[in-house]
Write a protein that binds this ligand. Structure first.
Ligand code: SF4
Length: 237
């Protein structure tokens, strides 16, 4: 993946308005999700990651008081100096809410992350990619590495959830069940529609059509639901 082609700063001007940065870390430590190739945006070179992250973070203005930090993996993959810089930017730009993402395997690190920012008066929200609450599909087809954890158990550690739609075997009923479960257990739900990438998992046009015609109209205006029809719809990537 040519990192220079990635857009790493954007503003999300709909719904939960926030700035978003796509930083670079040491790489996803799970890396087995069968539908994913964006974990290829990483580098083992901590200095080079920090330099890139510093350049990206310098664009943050704080205009919405909220910042989402993603890094094609989990927050634990970011280096310590980048973390310090995120904190400095939040303090300088009066950012009171910070969003990160994480895989389930790092759930025990979430509390430490929250505390590190809460002492400065900054709320931390952590998003997890669950893709579906059907644990059998999730583990056997998508290889998410969350096991049989129930929605309530996942929500005990995480604030927001990502779902992935447009896959073989999904239906209106299964997708709506996932959305409603997400809304009942989590603060916010982010729906990603599968797009063609380099993996063997392909988007299913029929399932996508079902989502667009039957479910999108029901949730498009819901303030707690983000819907990404393309995975660059947040403006980064
Ligand atoms: S945890 Fe996230 S970055 Fe890692 S392989 Fe799965 S989807 Fe990709």
């Amino acid at each position: 993946m040519d990192n220079d082609l990635l857009t790493r700063y954007a503003e999300i001007t709909q719904k939960n308005k926030r700035e978003i940065v796509l930083l670079r870390g040491s790489g996803c430590k799970w890396r087995r999700c069968t539908f994913c190739d964006y974990h290829l945006d990483f580098s083992p070179d901590i200095q080079s990651n920090y330099s890139l992250n510093r350049r990206v973070l310098s664009q943050v203005t704080g205009k919405y008081g909220k910042l989402e930090v993603i890094n094609s993996g989990s927050f634990v993959d970011l280096d310590a100096r980048s973390f310090r810089l995120i904190l400095d930017v939040c303090l300088q730009k009066h950012i009171g809410e910070l969003h990160f993402e994480s895989h389930w395997m790092h759930r025990d690190a979430v509390d430490t992350l929250r505390r590190a920012f809460t002492v400065y008066g900054i709320r931390v929200k952590v998003k997890i990619g669950v893709e579906t609450f059907d644990s059998r599909y999730r583990e056997e087809i998508l290889c998410k590495g969350i096991g049989e954890a129930l929605p309530q158990q996942i929500a005990a550690c995480f604030d927001e959830v990502c779902l992935l739609f447009g896959l073989d075997g999904q239906s209106r009923e299964s997708m709506q069940r996932d959305i409603e479960t997400g809304l009942s257990c989590f603060e916010r739900v982010c729906i990603n529609i599968m797009t063609q990438n380099t993996t063997k998992i392909k988007p299913n046009p029929g399932v996508i059509h079902t989502f667009l015609t039957e479910l999108y109209p029901l949730y498009a205006a819901n303030d707690r639901v983000d819907i990404l029809l393309e995975n660059t719809d947040f403006g980064v990537g």
